[in-house]
Design a protein around this ligand. Structure first.
Ligand code: SF4
Ligand code: SF4
Length: 69
């Protein structure tokens, strides 16, 4: 199954939990700061995301929306 995610760059605090837990290496850090001064996570659309939603479950800021299909 294919999926993709959207990360709210302004809610994200760059904790990297989603990066650690994603089984498909589909998330990395962005190359810029958000308005709060954090380096936010960014979806790395490598075609591997399954929409498993692990990233959204572990995100303490509820910054990730997951879409499937
Ligand atoms: S939904 Fe799953 S595969 Fe896709 S980015 Fe999140 S943890 Fe990775
Ligand atoms: S788990 Fe949430 S707050 Fe942490 S880096 Fe990922 S999107 Fe940002």
């Amino acid at each position: 199954m294919k999926g993709y995610i959207e990360i709210d760059q302004e809610l994200c605090k760059g904790c990297e939990l989603c990066i650690s837990f994603c089984p498909k290496q589909s998330i990395s850090l962005a190359d810029r700061l958000n308005h709060s001064g954090y380096v936010p996570a960014s979806f790395n659309d490598n075609g591997e995301c399954t929409g498993c939603a692990i990233c959204a479950l572990v995100c303490p800021e509820v910054a990730i929306e997951v879409y499937r299909g």
